[in-house]
Design a protein around this ligand. Structure first.
Ligand SMILES: *[C@@H]1O[C@H](CO)[C@@H](O)[C@H](O)[C@H]1NC(C)=O
Ligand SMILES: *[C@@H]1O[C@H](CO)[C@@H](O)[C@H](O)[C@H]1NC(C)=O
Length: 434
């Protein structure tokens, strides 16, 4: 252990433990980037430092309210309190009975787009209430055999539940969620026992749902902390109703939006392939992403799938939106891994400085106050950079699924893609002006 402490501060040793550390942050690029981003605010000052910042996220109600000032689309995002009383005060009383159905509600920190069978999503359930929900659903659908670990559901009778974004800062949930149908389930047991450790669900995101009210939300946070098996149920009804305009007219507008979008999309792809904007990400992240992004070329298509009905356009649209969300997730993951590496480096250094044997993993509470503060500053800055980057896989997509029709959705997605194109073009401009 003694020799370990001695060489602790040496970069070479660190690099073998955390290879990603060798990646230098391109400070000039970040500065250039920040200069072009709107509303550079001190994130750390306004959000309580109790949030676990080392997981970069944007699922904050306060951030969505702030974005209302600059983006009208955010006016469609609304939040519900889990307790019934509050939901009723918020209005929507007439929604309660008409066409609504009762379903298990699954709050989480992500947004799912209605891509239906084109994409498989995996949800891994470890919390007692989520395990209980999955078991009950599989029981109801008569597919659960206690001896069976892997369960494939009948396509005509797939159990369903509704996922919804939960704001980390307020604990409230978004008013629009997504129905998931379980395609396949896999149970994993605690070693040598019959106790379920986790259930892995493969799901299709079928359809958007308006959450009318939560049936049993009172005291939910406390129940969750107590590891209660009680899961939430909500009354929900289908969202994204057809618009009043005629279908043909709509289809034409959506087609036009998608055709414009596809041009910006291809420009972004090319710029990523050239590794533009790669500062602040592990090497290769951006160029690999550029290669991986699907090509889209809607404008040139004369009689392909996209010329069809509003229905098939809608499907095409969600495929694009899903792809764009994956791009955003990839960028977040890149930022996240750099943050983790830098955080680890600081923690190891701080722990070594304290002397004595190095105990892994290192916990924040084991460190000196000034070291903790330094790490919190690092996390705050990374969180701020994540938000300023503008490639947000969560809230921007909650805004997307909250829009009242597919045409607005197409306009919003186009805006998001165009904004990224402009960000990259600004980086090029700065580089050339030097
Ligand atoms: C989704 O998962 C099911 C079951 O494992 C599989 O049969 C299907 O091909 C998968 N679909 C996609 C789009 O990956
Ligand atoms: C989802 O796809 C299935 C076919 O796999 C189809 O039967 C179902 O109607 C679709 N659901 C929606 C809401 O489009």
């Amino acid at each position: 252990m003694g020799s370990l402490s001695r060489c602790c501060n040496r970069r070479g040793w660190m690099a073998t433990l955390f290879p990603v550390l060798l990646v230098g942050m391109d400070a000039a690029t970040i500065a250039a980037l920040q200069a072009h981003m709107p509303s550079r605010q001190t994130f750390t000052a306004r959000y309580p430092s109790t949030l676990p910042m080392h997981s970069l996220t944007t699922c904050l109600e306060s951030l969505s309210l702030e974005r209302r000032n600059s983006m009208d689309q955010y006016r469609h995002v609304s939040w519900l309190d889990l307790s019934q009383q509050q939901a009723q005060q918020d209005g929507d009383l007439d929604d309660f009975d008409h066409d609504s159905i009762s379903m298990p509600l699954y709050p989480l920190g992500a947004v799912y787009l209605p891509t239906n069978h084109t994409v498989n999503h995996t949800l891994i359930n470890v919390e007692p209430q989520n395990i209980q929900m999955a078991q009950d659903l599989l029981h109801e659908a008569f597919v659960l055999d206690s001896k069976q670990h892997r369960i494939v559901t009948d396509p005509a009778n797939r159990p369903k539940f509704c996922v919804v974004l939960r704001a980390m800062d307020t604990g409230r949930i978004a008013s629009v969620g997504t129905v998931m149908s379980i395609v396949e389930a896999e149970k994993q047991f605690h070693y040598g026992t019959e106790d379920i450790a986790r259930i892995r669900l493969t799901c299709h995101a079928e359809q958007l749902m308006k959450i009318c009210h939560v049936e049993n939300g009172d005291g939910w946070s406390a129940k969750r902390l107590m590891k209660s098996q009680e899961y939430l149920r909500a009354s929900v009804r289908p969202f994204l109703l057809p618009t009043s305009k005629t279908a043909t007219e709509n289809a034409k507008n959506i087609q036009e939006q998608l055709s414009e979008l596809s041009k910006d999309w291809m420009t972004v792809k090319t710029m990523y392939q050239l590794d533009l904007g790669s500062g602040g990400f592990p090497p290769g992240t951006i160029s690999k992403l550029g290669d991986a992004i699907q090509e889209v070329n809607i404008g040139a298509r004369k009689d392909g799938i996209c010329q069809g009905s509003e229905d098939s356009l809608e499907k095409t649209f969600w495929t694009f939106a899903q792809e764009w969300q994956s791009v955003c997730y990839t960028l977040r993951q890149g930022q996240q891994s750099l943050l983790s590496a830098e955080r680890n480096e600081l923690m190891v250094e701080a722990a070594c400085a304290k002397g004595g044997p190095l105990k892994l993993p290192i916990h924040m509470e084991d460190l000196e106050p000034q070291d903790r503060q330094q790490i919190q500053r690092l996390e705050g800055k990374a969180q701020q950079r994540h938000i300023e980057l503008g490639m947000d896989p969560i809230l921007d997509f909650q805004a997307l699924i909250s829009l009242p029709n597919i045409q607005y959705c197409a306009e919003w997605l186009h805006f998001l893609v165009k904004r990224e194109r402009q960000r990259l073009e600004n980086i090029v401009a700065v580089q050339y002006s030097k």
